[in-house]
Design a protein around this ligand. Sequence first.
Ligand code: KIV
Ligand code: ZN
Length: 544
Amino acid sequence: MPGPAQTLLRPGAVECAKIGVFLPEFLRETGPNMSQQLIIFDTTMRDGEQSPGASMTREEKVRIGRQLERLRVDVMEAGFPAASPGDFEAVKAVASVIRDSTVCALARAQENDIRRAGEAIAPAASGRIHTFIATSPIHMEKKLRMTPEQVMEAAIRAVTLARTYTDDVEFSCEDAVRSDPDFMCRIIEAVIDAGARTINIPDTVGYAIPFQYGALIESLIKRIPNAHRAIFSVHCHNDLGLAVSNSLAAVLSGARQVECTVNGLGERAGNAALEEIVMAIRTRHDVFNVDTRIDTTQIVPVSRLVSTITGFPVQPNKAVVGANAFAHESGIHQDGVLKHRETYEIMRAEDVGWNANKLVLGKHSGRSAFKARLKELGIELDSEVAVNTAFQRFKELADKKHEIFDEDLHAIVSEELTEPQNEHYGLISLMAHSETGELPQARLVVSVGGEECATQSHGSGPVDATFKAIEKVVNSGASLQLYSVNNITSGTESQGEVTVRLARGGRIVNGLGADTDIVVASAKAYLSALNKLDVRVERMSPQL
Ligand code: KIV
Ligand code: ZN
């Protein structure tokens, strides 16, 4: 039986074998709304990583990549290989393990960037190079110091070179929304002729308004003579809180790829949130008339994983993935939902993966059951020593907490992966005391470069006392930017997951800690942030 996209396939349309989407040869003949397949391009590991403190290690990217594959994104942008040797290795590692999604690497329209991107995606089953250059007058003049003609030549050269590595090349006009549409028509026509298959029109600075952005997409598709040879894509930033609305307006105007991130993570105010785009498209199919390949039941698990790894908590009232997204507080609403769910619910919580966190293991589970569940979750620890340490942590947790959920396993493994054996700072023991009418205090033993140091302090609460005690020995000079606690699963015996964001000398890092005791979790998170501050990872931002 042909799927919905196949029923619309016209002679001359080209199948993208790996991802089952079709280049819309027919867009021009039948109108922009007739292609039913919407490509979901996830950029959590690239644009999402550009959020302050959200940088991910190679292992973390592989874990997120595996979960995105389970979510069935069509394309995942795994990083910017020219940014650093670490990011090159991370993209390559993701490209080596992902089989059911296209793995994409970002490159400026420069030879070295494109070669690095091409080499990084070489192991991919399906690999894409995404190259970009700014086209707005302000960016060309003030940032690039190039004339429009030089920008045009660089773009054509970049796409031509990228095509020597892969047939799947995407080109973006950075700051498209503030660019001259006539110039964009010329440059886009030229890069399609040079071999770009996807044309991305980013709202880099989050300036667009939905009806104008939709009109821009429609007019580009209509005006560019060879537009039917490419998929038009959108990429919206959320500076005015309009990223999702703008992306959806563009879909109505013929865009057939949306670039987005899990939890809306991303540069400044973030990118369009994947979960909101996907659920809007699905819930209002009557309006959009397009389908995605996404397995929506994987949305909450991927949201949790990204939040755990990056240390960016999800606000409770966040659409789809916030803890309160399906909670009905008022009596009238509760009564209505009990009588008939659809009175107040437009989506079902289970359809987006709420309550999907199966009870997996308990205190009597053995090492092989533990290992097997990690495998099912797509988690691979690279040595038997790492498995043993994680298993040990699991046993300790199972003693305190009877039911161990997938989220608990992710938290255990995150700690294991983010805190390898030879970290400079570590927690050995902690005693915190709080009593009404008394000044809270904390006593700790921490290891500093392998040496044990005892320290203590008072504070306004046990957490404050703990941080002050750590600073007495460490004297980091860092400032605390954020402290947040979330429970990983529900109930008071659940593990608390703490995020600590520290800043020093222009660098921002997030540390994470999890424990059933939130003071212990806080100490671990603080020490983890200090460890990250000490590691200098020189990275370049693609937009500099
Ligand atoms: O926002 C932007 O313009 C980008 C490009 C690199 C696509 O992230
Ligand atoms: Zn962006």
